[in-house]
Design a protein around this ligand. Sequence first.
Ligand code: NAD
Length: 349
Amino acid sequence: MSNTFEKITSYGHEQVVYCNDNKTGLQAIIAIHNTVLGPSLGGCRMYPYQSESEALEDVLRLSRGMTYKASISNLNLGGGKAVIIGDPKKIKTKELLESFGRFVDTLNGRYITAEDVGMTVEDMEYIRSQTNHVTGITKSLGGSGDPSIFTALGVFIGMKAALKKKYQIESFKNLKVGIQGFGKVGYYLSKHLFEAGAQIYGFDVDQERLDLVSREFGVTSISNNDLMKLELDIFSPCALGGIINPQTLENLNCQIIAGAANNQLLNEKRESETINEKKILYVPDYVINAGGLMNVANELTGYDSKKATNQVEGIYETLLEIFDLSENQNLSTIDAANLLAEKRIQDSK
Ligand code: NAD
């Protein structure tokens, strides 16, 4: 598909804004997918896209995902996202970020930006110097700090809901949990699991991260290949998207898939069918990993960590509702989540 309007129409976007600034070299696209529930919120990703159409595809896909994530999380927010084209290590300057901030400001709050791949909390402060429509700033500026802590808490709570559905238990004692990726989320998740008595296995391409979690939380290090074959109660992807695919599904030997990574299923329909055949309970990624979004969304009304924690705890009930709908209507869990997210938007029109 080459026509830009065709692409935008197929994803159902309201507005797509191209931002160009010859002086700073800024080339960015802001995509506002849906604002029925509220202003669109989503991170700004800076990445050396190979082509403009690759950047457009990414921002359209990601912003639509934010609409679903906000809706299922009961937030009064819509879905949006921005991409800045270019290598952050080479072209990211204070001036370029300020220029991006001015473009965000022209949208008068229809799009609220946040941190994503290739951006840092410090970068958000340059953007913030030009617009108030920014979240994910440091605690010292009244922000909410690191969202990964809340994302990890949400994943842990989501795992409890999955255990309840699958085993009618909520205790992690002696359960085997495999984690791929011990970055920001994987680290805090391991802490919760360790304290709850789980046996943790896992892999990270970064040896230092692996050593850290082995030392602090007794994680048994194992290669990615072996992790996929290991008999596990829960497999938790916390590194890469597309990790649930025909190759990995052939080997996966777990009862539950529940992790933080975005877009875990390489092909939603195809992988959901195999997951169903293997009788694995798949916890939809955008539901279980919404803790970080809930946390930054709180900045909009005056940050309150207690309120954010309560919202994250709500992931438990939301997932039980999704699991029940999936069972009662013979839907995949991801289709059940999509249905509930779409219904909330429809009902509020
Ligand atoms: P991160 O970059 O801090 O951590 C990712 C970790 O995965 C790194 O330690 C990296 O070395 C490791 N890794 C990379 N390739 C790997 C491989 N092939 N095998 C094993 N390990 C590998 O990222 P994060 O913030 O912890 O996020 C983890 C995932 O969760 C990402 O997919 C992210 O998009 C998603 N997510 C994060 C948040 C959040 O609040 N941070 C919110 C929602 C979703």
